[in-house]
Design a protein around this ligand. Structure first.
Ligand SMILES: [Zn+2]
Length: 318
């Protein structure tokens, strides 16, 4: 168990990183060059990772390259960290290329493979996806508009005109399992989701706002109920494209007032465990995917039979 996971109340797929980021090495170019030559190198093409799959797709792992295998494609290299084995790991970031064919396996998105990767790979993939999308979105200096270039092992971009340094951005969002005094949970349906997909409430933390205030505001805005107490349950990076989800469970005192805001949340519904089991069995609701914080919170609330009773929900779209 990693040091991080001991703080977590939840089993969160994308938080299982085992990589030491070794940030002190990012400023040492000769160390970076030396490590690159003996590194295990994951590749991301657009937002898809080079993977190997076996057992008809049930087993998936990242495919790692060696430096001398990377010759013909234009890309950037980012230092991700050092594994317990002492091996350095890098990301090779190339543009999406429809015609690129891996030597074996296929390119897959983190949404597809997040629940299948081992703890080392998940750290590489979550970090690599967040970092590469940030690089793609910040080719120009936000201050003067000149070009930026990747420096410090890919952990920073620097303006070529004024040397302004730009750091990767992460957008915090709270996610909250709302409960009433009967230990029922409140789930919502968003208009943009597949029919019958119900999940927990969530929203971005605004400038100058604490996580706790954000929980109270979002729960009231989206569902019309008043939070009276809350517990912190853990956090998970959510690089789609740049979020971190901060998870809470919250008790409210006016369950009869629950109503979707009609804008983001079309409908909200209370569930007891018995009602949820029946709804899932009848395909009347589709739960969020296993790698999401929302599903981890629902499963934890439901109890030990969640793995048996609460099935499905892996499709992201319809
Ligand atoms: Zn600039």
């Amino acid at each position: 168990m990693s040091a991080e996971s001991s703080f977590q109340e939840l089993d969160l797929a994308l938080s299982r990183s085992k990589l030491d980021r070794a940030a002190h090495l990012r400023l040492d170019q000769s160390a970076l060059d030396e490590m690159w030559d003996r590194a295990e190198i994951a590749q991301i093409s657009g937002d898809r990772f080079r993977t190997l799959s076996s057992d008809e797709g049930k087993r998936v792992s990242l495919e790692f390259l060696t430096a001398n295998a990377i010759t013909d494609e234009v890309g950037e290299r980012y230092f991700l960290g050092i594994a317990e084995s002492g091996k350095p790991y890098f990301l090779w970031h190339t543009k999406f290329n429809e015609n690129a064919k891996p030597t074996s396996g296929t390119f897959k998105s983190l949404r597809e493979i997040g629940a299948l990767l081992n703890d080392l790979e998940i750290g590489i993939a979550a970090h690599g996806l967040a970092l590469s999308q940030w690089h793609d979105a910040h080719p120009m200096c936000a201050k003067c508009g000149a070009k930026t270039e990747s420096v410090q092992g890919g952990s920073v971009r620097e303006c070529v005109a004024d040397q302004q340094q730009h750091h990767p951005r992460t957008d915090p969002a709270i996610i909250v399992l709302v409960k009433d005094s009967q230990d029922r949970v409140l789930l919502g349906h968003q208009k943009i989701w597949p029919t019958n997909r119900f999940s927990t409430l969530a929203g971005f933390v605004e400038p100058g706002e604490s996580f706790e205030r954000c929980v109270r505001r979002e729960v009231f805005e989206e569902a019309g109920v008043n939070v009276v107490s809350m517990n912190y349950l853990g956090s998970q990076p959510w690089p789609f494209p740049a979020s971190i989800m901060i998870a809470f469970e919250a008790l409210i005192d006016n369950p009869e007032a629950a109503k979707g805001d009609g804008v983001e949340i079309e409908e909200v519904r209370w569930f007891s465990r018995v009602e949820m089991k029946a709804a899932v069995a009848a395909d009347a609701i589709i739960l969020p995917p296993t790698i999401s914080v929302a599903r981890a919170m629902i499963n934890r609330w439901y109890g030990p039979d969640a793995g048996k009773d609460l099935i499905g929900g892996e499709a992201w779209r319809n």
